[in-house]
Design a protein around this ligand. Structure first.
Ligand code: COS
Length: 383
């Protein structure tokens, strides 16, 4: 049976997220975009309505929402402001390895506090010399007695300067490559952590992106997630679950751009009539609407597979690259419809286009997503 309808609860959730995005995000989006200053009051509001911890299990006081519920919210929040949405999504990205691989004690100690007061987390995988090649990272964690000692650095870490908990990937056995990688929960207050440069980004300027340095950072051995050597699998399994929400973000950004373009095309009069009455404009609008629907269904498909415990690596990667490519192409076309006005900072369109770009890059570039899909679709090749 195939059923594309949302439940009553999901419709209510969607409406609530849409209202939140319209009231709490859109009116601040331009200001946050200019100042690149992080405003905790927004996180406090998102925390109060349960968006920050919606994926944390019920036993630890989280919202325990399904993947489908989460991506319904994600589309609306990204429609409000992609940068603010990224702040919330990046925190969920860091919760995911603890939800998937943490012991009950680790979940209680490290996840539950996020449900008690507004706070954020950060997923620390990327390094200067290890981006797409996630298995090639250089940060090391050495076991010394009952502790691990972490040394190294991370870059492009969303929420890096704001998080109260980091999930850090480091090599425990550098000779074993990806199989020598492990994952650790590192509380922010641990001695030896330095927050480096905050990046000056093209888009998602409401979100915080920093370098992080770890110098003789000592954490209890009990902060290891799963087992030594499991780090790469933990990272991959996490990303399998978090790429659909990036796709949902792409759908939200694209939908915002289409809505602005329609509003403009219906009121902008040229050659004696609203430009929406010109075939070129209406065909562009039809094409954008089709691409957005296709992207949304791919994202829903990945979320549905996640909720039904079906293999999802390929579907998550497809949802991520297709929907973020749609966000890029739709914002580009929508900006064309607004012409010169679209290019000016007085209108929200150019921000949407800048925001769309990062969706193609973070949580694994779209080339990496295509590689994941290509490998699975093509299968083994005899050489
Ligand atoms: N689930 C479970 N296991 C997985 C997996 C997944 N999704 N993907 C890979 N693995 C396993 C493989 O099966 C393999 O296991 P064996 O050693 O037992 O054969 C191991 O992990 C290594 O996998 P692979 O050979 O595919 O690794 P590669 O080095 O070729 O890299 C890619 C794989 C490129 C997919 C990975 O490095 C990647 O996703 N890079 C992008 C990183 C990223 O998204 N960064 C964003 C930062 S987070 S915001």
């Amino acid at each position: 049976m195939i059923d594309f309808s949302l439940t009553e609860e999901q419709i209510a959730l969607q409406e609530m997220a849409r209202e939140f995005a319209a009231k709490e995000m859109r009116p601040r989006a331009a200001e946050y975009d200019k100042g690149e200053k992080f405003h905790w009051d927004f996180i406090e509001k998102a925390f109060e309505v349960g968006f920050v911890t919606c994926g944390i299990p019920e036993e630890y006081n989280g919202g325990a929402l399904s993947h489908m519920d989460t991506i319904i919210i994600s589309e609306e929040l990204a429609w409000g402001c992609a940068g603010m949405y990224t702040t919330i999504m990046a925190s969920s990205l860091a919760f995911t390895p603890v939800i998937l691989f943490g012991t009950p004690d680790q979940k209680k100690t490290f996840l539950q506090p996020f449900t008690e007061k507004p706070s954020l987390a950060a997923f620390c995988l990327t390094e200067r010399e290890a981006g797409s090649d996630a298995g090639g990272l250089a940060t090391k964690a050495e076991k010394v007695g009952d502790e691990y000692v972490i040394n190294g650095s991370k870059c492009f870490i969303t929420n890096g300067g704001l998080a109260s908990m980091y999930v850090v990937f480091a090599k425990t056995d550098p000779d074993k490559g990806a199989r020598g990688m492990s994952a650790f929960i590192v509380p922010r207050e641990t001695k030896g952590i330095t927050i480096g440069k905050e990046e000056d980004k093209m888009g998602h300027r409401a979100s915080n992106t920093c370098e992080l340095y770890f110098e003789d950072v000592r954490i209890p051995a009990s902060n290891l997630l799963a087992k030594e050597g499991m780090g790469f699998i933990i990272a991959m399994k996490t990303l399998d679950k978090t790429r659909a929400p990036v796709g949902a973000g792409g759908v939200g950004v694209a939908r915002a751009a289409l809505e602005y373009a329609i509003e403009y095309a219906k009121t902008r009069v040229q050659f004696g009539k609203p430009i929406a009455l010109f075939q070129d404009i209406s065909f562009k609008i039809a094409q954008m609407a089709a691409e957005i629907s296709a992207a949304r269904f791919l994202v829903w498909n990945a979320a549905w597979r996640l909720d039904n415990d079906l293999p999802v690596g390929k579907e998550s990667a497809i949802a991520k690259f297709y929907a973020s490519d749609v966000a890029m192409s739709v914002t580009n076309t929508a900006l064309d419809i607004l012409g010169g006005y679209g290019y000016m900072k007085d209108y929200p369109m150019e921000k949407l286009m800048r925001d769309a770009k990062l969706l193609q890059i973070y949580e694994g570039t779209n080339s990496i997503q295509r590689m994941v899909v290509g490998r699975e679709v093509i299968g083994p090749i005899k050489t």
